[in-house]
Design a protein around this ligand. Structure first.
Ligand code: GRF
Length: 228
């Protein structure tokens, strides 16, 4: 008999199938949708066990409700740009109650602080719309255009206490075109995000990811048929 797969890898990295995802977002939720679509077509061995938003009427919550996924609005006031204090505690309780393996930030517009980083050490990932370390922070597609780069892209990274600074799991490049506006460039980057984020999460589900300091190593794909 095959021994059960340990739920966690070295360094507390998740390794679990199906991976139990808790998604945090403040906006449209197109990445959340891409993750749900990838799960449905069997490209990502995961389930979304809850969606949490700090914005009561965020479309991401409505998307989750329509697909029968538990959706929670958690008021993070009085803070505006960080998740801290009572709001942070409520988010942690919600994610723990749903037995979340990996916290997926998908357009979550707050900085996560020590409470979350400790509760989910090496188990929080984010997607950022630039090739980090270039253009961390807000509206990176606009920063890229203003700077005049010819290539931008997106980055999936582990979250640490820096701003868009944690170890990089995956990146995809996107050309910047002559006639790009902030909107057209962001749309082209988002198209790549929707493929990259589910792919990187699937690596975690299959225990292919290991972390050595800042360096994230991705092991070759397993024989999925044999491992089922
Ligand atoms: C994405 O572009 C992501 O890179 C950034 O916020 C945006 C979220 O979009 N962190 P959506 O809510 O997933 O549509």
């Amino acid at each position: 008999m095959t021994p059960p797969i340990p739920a966690k890898h070295e360094n507390g990295l998740p390794r679990h199938r199906p991976l139990r995802l808790g998604i945090l977002g403040s906006g449209q939720g197109s990445n959340a949708q891409a993750i749900l679509d990838a799960i449905r077509r069997g490209a990502l061995q995961a389930e979304v066990v809850c969606v949490v938003s700090d914005v009561a009427d965020a479309p991401i919550l409505e998307r989750a409700r329509c697909q029968d996924i538990p959706a929670h609005f958690i008021d993070a006031a009085p803070f505006k740009t960080k998740l801290d204090g009572a709001g942070e505690q409520r988010v942690i309780q919600t994610l723990r109650a749903a037995a979340v393996d990996v916290v997926v930030l998908a357009g979550f517009m707050r900085i996560v602080k020590t409470g979350m980083l400790t509760a989910f050490a090496n188990r929080i990932v984010n997607i950022h719309p630039s090739l980090l370390p270039a253009f961390p922070g807000m509206a990176s597609w606009k920063q890229a255009l203003d700077y005049g780069v010819k290539v931008s892209g997106c980055t999936v990274h582990f979250v640490d206490d820096g701003m868009d600074a944690g170890p990089i799991l995956a990146q995809r490049a996107v050309p910047v075109l002559e006639n790009d506006t902030p909107e057209t460039l962001h749309a082209r980057i988002q198209e790549q995000e929707h493929g990259l984020y589910p792919e990187a999460l699937d690596w975690l589900a299959w225990g292919r990811v290991s972390l050595r300091g800042r360096h994230v190593h991705i092991a070759p794909p397993p024989d999925k048929e044999a491992a089922q």
